[in-house]
Design a protein around this ligand. Structure first.
Ligand code: DHB
Ligand code: MG
Length: 212
């Protein structure tokens, strides 16, 4: 029997997810540029939009932009005066993302920050506190990103992390990335400043709400 989750996810995508031509082109762009094909799935983009609108987020930080597919989903959920700070380590990926922001018409709401998150995040803190922090970068740094997010979110703000399941790797860890994700999920669940849960859609989103 095929995994029933696939049928459910197809069902969710059919009901809740609509991609325009720009999003379809951007989803295909990593392959064209010899980049890893690890963007979020379209229905995970819908989930991010829903979470952003749920809390009326106006400021977002994305850690790990890749070709900007998730960035475009999130930027489009912002009001006109909203702002998304997108952090990307690879200058090659950042160049593709910049083109994609223009294609999707979100360049005015997105500020792309190129370089190491360890250098950029401490400086970016001056622009906070933020409403929403999305983590989708190197897994071994997730615990560090979590602490940065907790320190820089407003009360009621969300920290959201992609790949909470690591495609099963959290149950029987095979490598440092799997172990780091398990460490992250446990830190999120036990964090005294967060109310947390894992939403098991796609590769799962771990979500923490910043307590007062
Ligand atoms: C993989 C998937 C991701 O979404 C990610 O952020 C990193 C790696 C993967 O499948 O290898
Ligand atoms: Mg991911």
């Amino acid at each position: 029997m095929t995994d029933p989750r696939e049928a459910f996810e197809q069902y969710i995508a059919e009901l809740f997810t609509e991609e325009d031509e720009a999003l379809k082109t951007i989803y295909a762009s990593p392959e064209k540029h010899d980049m890893p094909m690890i963007s979020i799935r379209p229905y995970e983009g819908s989930l991010l939009q829903w979470l952003i609108r749920l809390i009326g987020a106006k400021t977002i930080v994305e850690i790990g932009t890749l070709a900007g597919y998730s960035t475009v989903w999130m930027a489009r959920a912002l009001p006109q005066d909203g702002k998304l700070y997108a952090v990307e380590k690879s200058s090659k990926h950042a160049a593709v993302a910049r083109e994609n922001f223009s294609l999707a018409g979100v360049s005015n709401r997105v500020e792309l920050l190129e370089g190491s998150s360890r250098d950029l995040l401490p400086k970016l803190a001056q622009k906070g506190p933020f409403d929403f922090v999305f983590i989708d970068a190197d897994k071994t740094s997730y615990p560090y990103y979590l602490e940065w997010a907790v320190d820089n979110l407003r009360t009621g703000g969300l920290v959201v992390a992609h790949n909470a399941y690591r495609h099963g790797g959290i149950i029987n860890p095979q490598n440092d990335d799997d172990r780091a994700m398990d460490t992250f999920n446990r830190a999120l669940a036990a964090h005294p400043k967060l109310d947390s849960m894992i939403i098991p859609l796609g590769d799962a989103m771990a979500v923490g709400v910043r307590r007062a």
